[in-house]
Design a protein around this ligand. Structure first.
Ligand code: 4NP
Length: 157
C-alpha cells in the first residue's frame, strides 16, 4: 500500500504528516507493508528541504522530517492508494487534477481520520508563530493514529 500526503508547499504540513505516518507504521510493525511520500499542490519551493521552523518543532517531538519539495503529478493518482490532504483548498486542487472518479475517491482530508478532531483541517503554519508548528506536529500525530487504525482494520478484514 502507498500513501501520499499533500499540502500547499510540501515543506511544512505534508512532510510532518509523512513522518507521523511513518512513526505510527513503524510502531505497529507495518512500515514494510505501507510506504509514504509527500507532495505539494504549489511549486514555489520545488527541491527545497522541509521548512527549518517545522523541522525544529518536529525534532523537539522526536520526529525527523525528510525529502525535498515536489509538486503532485497526475501519475500520482495511479501510483498511490490513498491521498491525504491537509485542508479544503488542497482537497479542491487535488480532486480537480484527478484523471477519473477512482482517483478522486482516493483523496481524503487527513484529519477526518482523527475521531477526536474538532476541525477538518491541519492549519497552514507558514505565516504564523512557533505554536502553529508545534500544533501541526500534534494534529498530524493524532490523524496518523487514525489512519493506522483504519489500515489495521483493512488488513484484519
Ligand atoms: P505547507 O506550508 O503547505 O504546509 O508546506 C506552506 C509553505 C509555503 C507556503 C505556504 C504554505 N508559501 O506560500 O510559500
Amino acid at each position: 500500500m502507498k500513501i501520499l500526503t499533500v499540502c500547499l508547499g510540501n515543506i511544512c504540513r505534508s512532510p510532518t504528516a509523512e513522518a507521523a505516518l511513518n512513526e505510527a507504521l513503524r510502531e505497529a510493525g507495518l512500515d514494510q507493508q505501507v510506504s509514504v511520500d509527500s507532495a505539494g499542490t504549489g511549486d514555489w519551493h520545488l527541491g527545497e528541504p522541509p521548512d527549518e521552523r517545522m523541522t525544529r518543532a518536529a525534532a523537539k517531538a522526536g520526529m525527523t522530517l525528510s525529502g525535498r519539495s515536489r509538486q503532485i503529478a497526475v501519475t500520482d493518482f495511479a501510483e498511490f492508494d490513498l491521498i491525504l490532504v491537509m485542508d479544503h483548498a488542497n482537497h479542491a486542487d487535488v480532486t480537480a487534477m484527478a484523471p477519473d472518479a477512482a482517483g478522486r475517491d482516493k483523496v481524503r482530508l487527513f484529519r477526518s481520520f482523527d475521531p477526536d478532531a474538532d476541525h477538518e483541517e491541519v492549519p497552514d503554519p507558514y505565516y504564523g508563530g512557533e505554536a502553529g508548528f508545534h500544533a501541526v506536529v500534534e494534529l498530524c500525530r493524532a490523524a496518523a493514529r487514525g489512519v493506522l487504525a483504519e489500515i489495521q482494520q483493512t488488513l484484519d478484514a
